[in-house]
Design a protein around this ligand. Structure first.
Ligand SMILES: Cc1cc2nc3c(=O)[nH]c(=O)nc-3n(C[C@H](O)[C@H](O)[C@H](O)COP(=O)(O)O)c2cc1C
Length: 316
């Protein structure tokens, strides 16, 4: 079993279907070199029978990158874990938390909360099949389940050899329950997810736990990621301003346009970048109206940059 260095998980951007696609991740990677990024969930059936390049393809710039898998058949998960390891993923994460109907019908995701033994078997099968660290993302429980469900699941995942446990803490938010889990299993890296959206909340969580995972806040207000490397890793090197980050994304954008990706597939992830600053609305509107036009190129992004005033220009 390979373990993850605790540093690897201090700050994670949550897996989010339809949101954290490869273009989103390439953008987030410019904002933070150190944040751990996750794919959208991909099911084992899709990987085994579908278009692997579409499902698992990514750009080298996105690393360190984790793939999130949905599935509940240990042998299938083991095969898919190998496929993902060959494609260079740094971590394989099992989804034991997603409550969507789409997922529950497939008898995985949140309903695995009811089957800790099966989760342990799934983890063990993946750990045996690949040297890449295997982690689990779960919830506090489903429906009427009490917190014992979390304990049982964590124990089974650890027995299976998981390298890390991410707890999706909604609903309801019960951070102390996650702190208690950490006290009970001090050697297991535990990451808190759910409802985190500000630096004070992140700092507080990091007093108790190994890492934080932000979903909606990181996506909706991506400028938050610009502070991650300096605040949590003591590292410089991320763009000084939001506009600089956008400019750094342009070569990636040009490359993908040349490969036939429409501009909008990339710019849709950048709409919230200037939220809270003067001109944010102009930025959003320009991208939303011009970025969707046939043949739109990166010039649209450069033009949209005329609207917002970011920190440096405000100070000038
Ligand atoms: C649009 C959307 C898609 C999501 N897709 C997934 C997914 O594929 N896998 C998963 O484990 N969780 C998924 N989630 C849940 C998030 O990963 C996260 O656990 C949840 O949003 C709570 O964190 P937050 O309060 O920081 O947003 C999704 C959430 C959203 C909003």
């Amino acid at each position: 079993m390979t373990t993850l260095a605790p540093e690897a998980l201090r700050f994670c951007v949550a897996p989010m279907m339809d949101w954290t696609d490869r273009h989103c991740r390439a953008f987030h990677r410019i904002l933070s070199r150190r944040a751990r990024l996750y794919t959208e969930m991909v099911t084992t059936a899709a990987v085994l029978h579908g278009d692997r390049e579409r499902l698992l393809g990514h750009d080298a710039c996105e690393h360190p990158l984790a793939v999130q898998l949905g599935g509940s058949v240990p042998a299938d998960l083991a095969r898919v874990a190998c496929i993902c390891a060959d494609r260079g993923y740094a971590e394989i994460n099992l989804n034991v938390g997603c409550p969507s109907d789409r997922v529950q019908n497939g008898s995985f995701g949140a309903c695995l909360m009811r089957e800790p033994k099966l989760v342990g078997d799934c983890v063990a099968a993946m750990v045996a099949a690949t040297p890449v660290p295997v982690t689990v993302k779960c919830r506090l429980g489903v429906d009427e389940q009490g917190l014992e469900a979390l304990d049982a699941l964590a124990d089974a995942a650890v027995a299976g050899g998981t390298s890390r446990f991410e707890n999706r803490d909604v609903p309801p938010l019960d951070y102390p329950a996650v702190h208690a889990l950490k006290r009970r299993l001090p050697a297991v890296p535990i990451v808190l997810n759910g409802g985190l959206g500000s630096w004070p909340a992140v700092d507080e969580a990091l007093c108790h736990l190994d890492g934080v995972m932000l979903g909606r806040a990181a996506y909706g207000e991506p400028a938050l990621l610009l502070d991650v490397d300096a605040r949590l890793f003591g590292e410089a090197g991320t763009p000084a301003t939001r506009a600089e980050a956008v400019t750094a994304y342009l070569p990636y954008g040009e490359g993908r346009l040349a490969a036939g990706v429409p501009l909008h597939a990339m710019t849709r992830h950048m709409l919230g970048l200037f939220n809270g600053l003067p001109g944010a609305r102009g930025w959003r509107r320009h991208l939303a109206t011009e970025g969707v036009k046939r043949g739109a190129g990166v010039a649209v992004i450069e033009q949209a940059l005329r609207f917002p005033l970011d920190g440096e220009r405000l100070a000038a």
